[in-house]
Design a protein around this ligand. Sequence first.
Ligand SMILES: [Zn+2]
Length: 450
Amino acid sequence: MLAKEFQNQYTYYDKDVETCSREALLDLQLDKLKKLLAHVWDSHGFYANKWKAAGLSNVKDIAGIGDFKKLPLTKKSEYVQDQAENPPYGTNLTYDIENYVRFHQTSGTTGKPLKWLDTTESWDNWARCWCFVYGGAGVTAADRIFFPFSFGPFVGFWSAFEGARKLGALAFPGGGQDTVTRINFILENKPTVICSTPSYALRLAEAALEMGIDLSKSSVQKTIHAGEPGASIPATKKKIETLWGAKCYDHHGMTETGAMSFTCNAGPQGVHLNESEFYFEILDPETGLDVPDGQEGELVVTNLGRWGMPVIRYRTGDKVKVNRNRCDCGRSFMRMEGGILGRVDDMLIVRGVNVFPSAIENIIRAYDQVSEFKVEVYKDKEMDELNLLLEIDQNVHSQEEIAKLIRTVKEDLKANLQIRVDIGHVPAGTLPRFEMKAKRVIRVEQPTKL
Ligand SMILES: [Zn+2]
């Protein structure tokens, strides 16, 4: 049960577009797509060269989605290579450099950061995309939004901050503050909404409890998350909602694409993809062909309104499963069932069993006594094995209780995921907490045996 009263009515940012028929939506997308392609074809280095190399002489001839699908897919490594060969920003620039007003870069967790520039119009489109996120969560101009986040070159919540301005809501930047300062800031300024990674929302609530402060009684009514899949993992979502006494919403985006998805008030219906501002395809990562709805495939995206540095048929590497039936909230935007299911390349194979890290997280987060965890992946006779480290709450004291907890988690993982995992435990407060993208699954040479 949530501690506060919530209105569960369905809310929108651009209701006409969000609830129109699928046919009308496709017409709208096609219209935007043609304008984007014509524009890019005339003025662009990166894609024009790529399409010419693929034997496509005139993109203006593209009449429908069938033609569009003849364009080659784009991978992140192509942008990385392009920026390395044409430093610093590469050739994916539609305009001369003086037209750009914003610089951001990727978080760099998987290599050298990719740099991304926006024009005034592109940056405004980013903000518009965030307004859909706010609209789904029922956030309005009357809300006060706190961003407990280190604002730096990583795009992170910069666009959400800009979206708050576009919406007319009061926004508080939480950069340059430590966790204790942020908790006191919440008590003093009484925000109604928090935007953070799911891990950091847990961390803030946990740190507040250590200070004797119960954030479920604070002014915060809604939490909006990004950066990790946690808010779509039922056990993590439940934990955040309980600790904050607030309703938890998910969203996902990428530096290269913009804010692509959001959740609504219709319960666990999945995460809506913003089909007003993007064209999405769900493709088989091996063949590049469309995957039927309800089956897992890779999310491939084209942003329709960010012309300054567009992504066209961009392979996100995110594994999703979609449903195009109208949602209970009235939206016709398709939904990713269960949110982002994992990365196409992060699936673990443990003794022949396919397992996504998010599935492990969903099981572990159901145990309140476990405050943090880490999964070590290591090779044993060329096979991936898992070693799980649990940080157990300081209220669990006896060795007997700890042993029982470990046994139960082990049996739970075996029963639900068909995997056998070694489990050790570490004292409270020893595993890292994350403000940005959490890295709880790491590959190691030797597991930590405790
Ligand atoms: Zn919905």
